[in-house]
Each structure stands twice: as structure tokens, then as C-alpha cells.
Design a protein around this ligand. Structure first.
Ligand code: URA
Length: 208
């Protein structure tokens, strides 16, 4: 984790003056993706939700969490009393990483270098929004936010201190729920995810 933290810190070197997210070519992912996908939501949100990277549908739409993972998230968040529209929603990495297979584009997880380079943009978002709480969904978001790349099964449901100095609540990625092989597995993971989101909703309610 120490080495990963160092590389993450390197990612804070600014890109050339005047570089916008839309024009960022800091890493190779920009070459193949349709477009960069910026975060969206109120600039003064108390909660910032961070995923991994845009998926196939987000890459085409230019908006975060509009595909299957986003729909799974929306359903469970609503049940947990968490209002997505009140949150600022973004990703650790702003370009879709994939390998083409026929007509399909198969998702690939970003590596630590890509996460590190893209941290420049995530840090700008954190500086602007200054959320009271950040929800890290999945290992990539947890790595980008805390510098700790270790597995999240044991970390989920807890608050860690982010590299930005603020609180980061760790949970699994919603696509993990969709990848479960059995209905029972999916139900179990949905219940755990919902419990985490209920905790987040409670923390936000306590802040008010
Ligand atoms: N998965 C993510 O991590 N982010 C998205 O925006 C969509 C799917």
C-alpha cells in the first residue's frame, strides 16, 4: 500500500496549463474512449459518491452511473433513504477502459497509474464540493480516495480518513451485486449494500 500511495501522490502534478477534463490526454485511456465523463450534481453537496470509471453506457452518454450499475444503485439508494440527486456523483477515473470484442466493449479495471493520473481531477472535485462525507464504491474508488489499495471486503461499512483529509465511507461497487452468480448471492449482497447506504443516510441526517 505504501508504494501505491506514493504513486498516487505523483498524480497530483498538474497537467499542462489550460488542460480541461474534456481535453485531458494525461493517460492512454483518452485515446479510445468516446469522451471523458465528468462528475455531476450540486457543487455544495454534503455527500460525494465515487465509483470506478464510466461504463459502456456512461461513455456514450457522457454522464456517470446511467447504465445497469447506476440503475442498481438508484434502486437500493432510494430504498435506503439516500437521495442521489442531492449528492455529487463522480468516478475515480474519467475515461472508459475496455477491450473490444466483436461489437462489444469489455470493461477493464483501471490500473494504479491510471487512477493516479486521474486523481488530479478527483482532487479538483473534492476541493470544489468539499463534501462532509465521501462514499467510495469499490476498490478503485477506495484506492483513489485513501491511497490504500487493499481489498474492501473487510473495510466496507466503515469510515476511513481520505488523502484529502476528510471522511470516506467504504462500500462495494454496485456492479458487484450484478455479478453474483445466484439469486441468493445477489440478495445477500444487496442487503449488505443497502445496510451501508442506510448508514450513510443516517450520517448525513445527523449532520443536518
Ligand atoms: N461504474 C462506475 O464505476 N461508474 C459509472 O459511472 C458507471 C459504472
Amino acid at each position: 500500500a505504501a508504494a501505491i500511495t506514493l504513486r498516487l501522490r505523483d498524480g497530483l502534478t498538474p497537467p499542462p496549463d489550460g488542460t480541461t477534463l474534456a481535453g485531458c490526454t494525461r493517460c492512454a485511456l483518452a485515446r479510445h474512449a468516446t469522451q471523458s465523463v465528468p462528475g455531476e450534481g450540486p457543487q455544495d453537496a454534503a455527500l460525494m459518491i465515487v465509483g470506478e470509471q464510466p461504463g459502456d453506457m456512461e461513455d456514450l452518454a457522457g454522464r456517470p452511473f446511467v447504465g445497469p450499475a447506476g440503475q442498481a444503485f438508484d434502486k437500493i439508494a432510494t430504498a435506503a433513504g439516500l437521495d442521489r440527486r442531492a449528492a455529487y456523483v463522480t468516478n475515480a477515473v474519467k475515461h472508459f477502459k475496455f477491450i473490444p470484442r466483436g461489437k462489444r466493449r469489455i470493461h477493464q479495471s483501471p490500473n494504479a497509474d491510471e487512477v493516479s493520473h486521474c486523481r488530479w481531477w478527483l482532487t479538483r472535485e473534492l476541493d470544489t464540493v468539499q463534501p462532509a462525507l465521501v462514499l467510495a464504491m469499490g476498490a478503485t474508488a477506495a484506492l483513489a480516495l485513501t491511497g490504500d489499495g487493499s481489498g474492501i471486503t473487510r473495510r466496507r461499512g466503515r469510515i476511513e480518513r481520505g488523502l484529502h483529509g476528510g471522511a470516506v465511507f467504504i462500500t462495494t461497487h454496485p456492479s458487484f451485486l450484478l455479478r453474483q452468480a445466484t439469486d441468493a448471492g445477489r440478495e445477500t449482497q444487496e442487503a449488505l449494500f443497502r445496510r451501508d447506504l442506510e448508514q450513510v443516510a443516517q450520517i448525513l441526517a445527523d449532520l443536518e
